[in-house]
Ligand binder design. Structure first.
Ligand code: AMP
Length: 411
């Protein structure tokens, strides 16, 4: 099935084509029809599966049709998200898919001045994308009127609960009309998330679960390398030098570490930037833009900034430190191999992180392929030897071969 076969407005089809979206991904295939039929949807799908467009396409279609046939007023759809980055990213998808349609979109979030957001709100909008806190603030001050809302979309609900947004969500729901369509998305599911989901969607909600067995998308090839803590920066240096043309997103455990790795790279003449919670919003956006354009090739991030990042062509994710929470592994490596692209990820695991690796493997329900590294070999980097043989690609090819072989054997 291709998008051109869907009953969608010509404008939307054109926009999808311009974005290079020809066929729906699994989650899109499963959720677009029920959303168009105005049913509630409860979907478990992680980032990278195309889950944003899975609700943006049908929401734009529904609202565009509505505005063609009737005069409407007020906000008709609200999208609740945990972070500013995700809010901006979803807004971008709404703007792209909704280009030349009648649907007007606005994004609001905390940490910036309210006034410009209020001015835009007063002009009239159809879709509001926001973090729960700022949305609740604006609603309780009377700047956001929610009595015409027909659709509530909650994205990355699990992350919202982790950030302590439960009360804000509940407070906000009180402002919403009881009769509405609810679209609930979460990357993971547990009792607490189920409870929240069932309190929001109706009992006939369509339930969709994408890739429950292996939470890492199939198009991402990921491996682990055992690297001693003190050697990690040398190994990163070597990796960057051997792969000068690829865009690498590096994850570290803390802000301090992010800055430290950045400095270490600077000392050896490798340009990098950091993105973490201590940085101003504008600064984060600027760095992300440089990375998006490809001017910046090496970006060092913490988990806090991880969820919202969607940079279409991150070639490689490096877990410089393993994440503290197993589930974050999935979110980190999910920054590469988005949509139908292929992606690669490598985790540096020190002796003291081996217990965490086991936890991650349990969470994934599988072992992670091990990339064998000869310590003496990368130690050469320390001596700044440039002409080390480029074995990297061969090793990755071997892993791919082994995976294929294993798959063949299982069949
Ligand atoms: P998401 O899971 O919403 O974060 O989307 C992940 C990535 O997949 C984004 O970079 C999208 O641009 C891309 N994408 C989403 N849907 C499609 C599609 N049908 N075909 C190709 N790429 C897609």
């Amino acid at each position: 099935m291709r998008f051109e076969d869907y009953r969608l407005a010509t404008e939307i089809k054109r926009n999808l084509e311009a974005m290079g979206f020809r066929r729906p991904t699994d989650i899109q295939f499963k959720s677009i029809p029920p959303i168009l039929r105005r049913e509630d949807v409860l979907a478990i799908a992680q980032t990278g599966t195309g889950k944003t467009a899975a609700f943006v396409i049908p929401v734009v279609q529904v609202l565009h049709e509505r505005k063609k046939s009737a005069r409407t007023e007020g906000i008709k759809c609200i999208v609740m998200v945990p972070t500013r980055e995700l809010a901006l990213q979803i807004t971008e998808v709404f703007l792209e898919i909704g280009k030349h349609t009648r649907v007007k979109t606005l994004c609001v979030f905390g940490g910036v001045e309210q006034a410009p957001q209020i001015a835009r709100l007063e002009k009239g909008i159809d879709v509001l994308i926001a973090t729960p806190g700022r949305m609740f603030d604006l609603a309780s001050q009377g700047y956001i009127k929610l009595d015409h809302v027909e659709i509530l979309a909650v994205d990355e609900a699990d992350h919202m609960l982790k950030l302590g947004f439960l009360k804000d969500i509940r407070d906000l729901i009180r402002f919403l009309p009881g009769k509405r369509q609810t679209l609930f998305f979460s990357a993971t599911i547990n009792e607490e998330i189920k409870k929240l989901a069932y309190s929001l969607v109706n009992s006939r909600a369509i339930r969709i679960h994408i890739s429950p067995k292996d939470p890492v998308a199939k198009n991402i090839q990921h491996a682990v390398a055992f690297v001693e803590m003190d050697d990690k920066r040398f190994f990163l240096e070597r990796f960057v030098r051997e792969n000068p043309d690829i865009k690498i997103l590096v994850f570290v455990r803390t802000k301090v570490r992010a800055e430290r790795v950045c400095k270490a790279m600077e000392r050896v003449g490798i340009e990098s930037q950091t993105i973490h919670g201590d940085k101003e919003q504008q600064e984060r956006q600027n760095v992300l833009e440089l990375f998006r354009q490809g001017t910046l090739k090496l970006l060092i991030a913490t988990d806090v900034s991880a969820r919202g990042i969607d940079i279409a062509n991150v070639d490689y994710v490096i877990n410089y430190d393993l994440p503290d929470i197993a589930e974050n592994y999935v979110h980190r490596v999910g920054r590469t191999g988005r949509g139908d692209k292929k992606g690669q990820a490598l985790s540096f695991c020190a002796e003291e992180e081996k217990a965490m690796l086991t936890e991650i493997e349990q969470f994934l329900n599988r072992r992670i392929a091990v990339l064998e590294i000869d310590r003496n070999e990368y130690r050469e980097t320390i001596r700044m030897t440039e002409d080390v043989p480029d074995k990297w690609k061969d090793i990755m090819a071997e892993i791919e071969e082994a995976e294929k072989w294993k798959k063949g054997k299982r069949k």
